[in-house]
Design a protein around this ligand. Structure first.
Ligand code: XMP
Length: 560
């Protein structure tokens, strides 16, 4: 894919932040492709490549860490080594890497020595100068005819880098010069004096790393001379071409959850293949939010769905959950039943063996499940995708289409917008596979689901209507996820002249960037009180409303 386009190739050695590098560079308007760190660098792989980044790794360059194809050092392309990537280059090229006395983690001051640098590095070194903006660097890049950019650099250049390493260079490889040193005295930046090879010990892709974006941009634009020409619109065209080529005339089945990712894949399929060829299946577990099934149907029909299979499985799920109170037992019951129903219903469609299965897997899902990084994430996704025997069989048969597998969540959202998926769907908060069942603490009954559906609808509706304190958007847009939890606790209250014994509700609203950690949202008190009042007025079964003030960790986002 993408052979026409210029790109930066990223070699993945297993670090959790590898995908972030790709995303940062795509934000600059340059396409990136991530491949296995030891993948053969064939002519086909190198077509269109303007530079290569060797990314980080949890392993040691002198230990279990894998090495890239040696061709990387012969192909003449600019190289940027990041953390392990720099250590790898050092080991491969005749230097030495050894363990640090103590792992270095977090913000570390780095000083750049400006004197004696080759003029060719002047534009790269500009990235370390706080007086130079990211925009200046972005604008300096591109075609050869761009006017020469001679940044006046002001020594000394100091910034706080973000480090995470247990090894260090103890001897640079021949030809390299150390131009950056960390406050702890170890090499932080090294440049090759003849070849276009640079390396940094820290992680410029991490948002806490000062000058991080500038450093990546300086590599991409002043060393690789990339043009800013990649757009999401172009990506859509390429993905569509890829889907057509793979699917041919075979049917494609997509299991829809109603969330952003699967809906965006649905939109892609429907905009690419004839409607008759695309089968969309949605299983209504009865644990969905108010009017959710109706909304999913409407969205897909608007996008042109012809074969939409909505399976109503509420009775089966509620029966299976009867009497189950333990969170894990509830999750397992739902997961197992989901798989059983999915297999039964897919078989009932009678599709030919040759059908393809499409999925909304994101890049983050792949790294998380494939490499054991974030085991929780593996569990999170297992309900809908990774663990299903149907998916496993199709994957083995090479019949899986995963058009979002290079994208991050917010990129999938941007793609959805471009395809005309409604903002309401694209901007949706995440919703767990087991649905309301993990938001009803203890046993799940239809009555409790109905109560929670009502409450949740009021809460979410109000979040969408109310402006954030700074007036830039709605409260809904400001939080990463918000929902209500029904607790198995009843408390006494008054209703008119009589006493009332109502259920207790917890409202939760968190801010997060990826769901792995989360902070409590500082909910504006006026809004919180008003929404609480609206809920107890409208839903008579609720006697008391509380606000969950726990961050993750130690709490999880969901209650079960
Ligand atoms: P926790 O509760 O583990 O949740 O802090 C992190 C994020 O994952 C979502 N979540 C799930 N998503 N199936 C899913 O598809 C699940 O079983 C599941 N459990 C939690 C949760 O809503 C939050 O966004």
């Amino acid at each position: 894919m993408m052979n026409k386009t210029e790109k930066i190739l990223i070699l993945d050695f297993g670090s959790q932040t590898t995908a972030l590098i790709g995303r940062r560079i795509r934000e600059f308007g340059v396409y990136t492709e991530i491949i296995a760190g030891d993948a053969p660098l064939t002519d086909a792989v190198l077509t269109g490549v303007k530079g290569v980044i060797l990314a980080g790794s949890p392993e040691s360059a002198y230990g279990e860490g894998i090495a890239p194809d040696k061709r990387i050092y012969e192909c003449g392309l600019p190289l940027l080594g990041i953390c392990y990537g720099l250590q790898r280059m050092t080991m491969d090229l005749g230097g030495l890497v050894e363990p640090l006395p103590k792992v270095e983690y977090g913000g570390v001051e780095v000083e750049i020595k400006l004197g004696g640098q080759k003029p060719k590095y002047r534009r790269f070194l500009a990235a370390f100068d706080a007086a130079i903006s990211l925009n200046q660097i972005l604008e300096s890049g591109g075609a050869e005819e761009t006017p020469a950019y001679e940044p006046p650099l002001h020594a000394p250049l100091r910034f706080t880098a973000w480090m995470s390493h247990g090894d260090t260079l103890t001897r640079l490889a021949p030809g390299f010069a150390q131009v950056g040193t960390s406050a702890s005295g170890f090499p932080a930046v090294a440049l090759h004096q003849e070849k276009p090879w640079v390396g940094v010990q820290f992680h410029p892709e991490v948002s806490h790393c000062e000058r991080g974006s500038e450093i990546l941009a300086a590599f991409v634009f002043s060393m690789c001379r990339c043009k800013r020409e990649w757009t999401m619109a172009q990506y859509v065209e390429e993905v569509r071409a890829r889907i057509s080529a793979r699917a041919g005339r075979n049917p494609v089945l997509l299991l829809i959850s109603g969330g952003v990712d699967s809906t965006v894949v649905g939109a892609l399929l429907l905009k690419t293949l004839p409607g008759e060829q695309v089968h969309l299946m949605y299983i209504d577990t009865g644990l969905m939010r108010k009017n959710e099934t109706w909304g999913v149907k409407k969205t897909l029909e608007k996008l042109g769905a012809k074969n939409l299979h909505v399976i109503n499985a509420e009775t089966e799920f509620l029966a299976a959950l009867k009497g189950k109170e333990e969170p894990e037992a509830k999750r397992k019951t739902i997961g197992d039943l989901f798989i059983t129903i999915q297999e039964r219903e897919v078989a009932a469609l009678g599709l030919p063996e040759s059908y393809f299965l499409a999925q909304g897997t994101l890049y983050t899902d792949l790294i998380e499940s494939g490499k054991g990084v974030g085991k929780k994430a593996h569990l999170i996704k297992s309900h809908h995708n990774v663990g299903s025997p149907l998916v496993d069989a199709k994957r083995k048969a090479g019949k899986i289409i995963e058009p979002l597998d290079r994208l991050y969540k917010d990129e999938a959202r941007a793609l959805g917008r471009l395809l005309g998926v409604e903002e309401d769907v694209v901007a949706r908060h995440p919703f767990p596979g087991p649905g309301l069942a993990v938001r009803i603490v203890g046993e799940v009954t239809k009555e409790k689901c109905n109560i929670l559906r009502e409450v949740d609808a009021i809460f979410i509706d109000e979040l969408k209507k109310r402006r954030s304190p700074d007036g830039t958007g709605s409260l809904y847009d400001e939080v990463w996820q918000a929902f209500a939890v029904l607790l198995p606790v009843r408390s006494v209250g008054v209703a008119g002249d009589s006493r009332k014994y109502g259920w207790t509700l917890a409202l939760r609203a968190i801010v997060s960037s990826d769901g792995m950690t989360a902070d409590v949202y500082r909910f504006p008190m006026k809004d919180l009180l008003e929404i609480s009042g609206m809920i107890t007025n409208a839903v008579k079964e609720i006697g008391r409303v509380t606000y969950d003030i726990s961050s993750k960790p130690p709490a999880t986002i969901e209650w079960e």
